[in-house]
Design a protein around this ligand. Sequence first.
Ligand code: GDP
Ligand code: GDP
Length: 448
Amino acid sequence: MTDEETWPELASDERGPVPTVAVVGRPNVGKSTLVNRILGRRAAVVQDEPGVTRDRVAYDAEWAGKEFSLVDTGGWDPDAEGMARSIALQAELAMRTADVIVFVVDSRVGPTDADEAAVKILRTTKKPVVLVANKVDSERQESEIHELWSLGLGEPFPISALHGRNSGDLLDKIVWAFPEVPTGALKERGPRKVALVGRPNVGKSSLLNRIAGEERAVVDNVAGTTVDPVDSLVEIDGEDFVLVDTAGLRKRVKFASGTEYYAALRTEAAVEAAEVALVLLDASEQISEQDQRVLTQVTESGRAMVLAFNKWDLVDDDRRYYLEKEIDRELGQVSWAPRVNVSATTGRAVEKIARALREALGGWGQRISTGELNQWISALQAATPHPVRANKAPKVIYATQAAAEPPRFILFTNAPFEKQYLKFIQRKLREDFGFPGTPIDLVVKPRE
Ligand code: GDP
Ligand code: GDP
């Protein structure tokens, strides 16, 4: 490759994993102010984080020469009861995905019920939690933060996000708490992690019980594996899997109000903790918008995916005919996902789930060498070149697979590419290399 220095810089997730810092707290305690303070005047690279909490964003940050990813949690429920639940879920999500958790409270208000709800969760994590007492704008106010000790998270760290008071010291403390190996870089060991998701009533609890049985479901310490108390270690077709975040399914916790919102948060938490999502659909009913939302959520999470059509015992020839049509019409976006037809009630084909999960995980982790990829893309462009635009023939000059799990390809080009041609490349990639059960990301970096 020539003119290397003129290529745009790669975002941090393309350079390998960096530690993640999550900022958690009630609305109005000053989280955004703190995030802006940490980012300083540097233009923040905003990445859209997939999922329901649309305003949950990750920024590239740096302090004392250490890079990290700063996640600002959002998506709060305005009413008091909903807020306590919401903050608890956010805390749980942060615990699973972050390396350091910054828990912000408003020192002028003191600890509230919603704060207590989050702390109850945060106290169970082994990850470092920094308790930040914000809005301490002067030294005089420092004496007022002693009541925050009652939260049981150790010494409250007084700052003023607005004025920057102590914020450098806070950053020192955060950076100092970074683990040697960031969460994202840990090589998974032991059984693969599966999220069992789907809209309410598709049969998630039933399938969990079918697979796990009530008594096997509660397993928390198995040699060589890390199974959270909320997870279930199960065996499908002789192979061990960890079904993550199944506590709610085991206890059959069903939220009475705001179901959609909590179902989506639950899905997000489970999917983030998993490598592959087993998306359950009800084969006896039409594919609904709610099903589509789950599928979109999973696709955007970048996890592997398997589709399981449950309640197959209710499917007759007639329904089968229409289901095939629906699948063609509605599920084109995820046509790459392996499919199994099962029945939690009768146990039909449940063991086939194992092979589908393996297949999807295989595609998710698949890698093409740079040499092979470039040969392939040269041949592809020779046979079917990008249409000439404004007297220019857009061309891939160099391609590389920057990541797996999920596969991400970077195409360095001499000009911007049209969506249509990218879709073509993507389709050919799947035709020639497979990549079953995984979304593929194609990033174009035109030379400037
Ligand atoms: P978020 O909802 O937690 O993201 O909170 P914001 O960052 O939006 O802040 C809520 C309000 O608190 C805003 O009016 C901020 O200006 C104010 N605020 C944030 N940090 C401080 C601080 O350190 N001192 C004072 N006095 N006000 C602050
Ligand atoms: P969840 O909300 O996704 O956890 O769904 P449940 O496991 O609670 O199941 C919802 C309803 O569908 C219950 O009445 C189940 O008995 C029923 N159900 C679940 N799986 C099957 C199946 O394979 N066949 C039939 N006929 N019914 C099922």
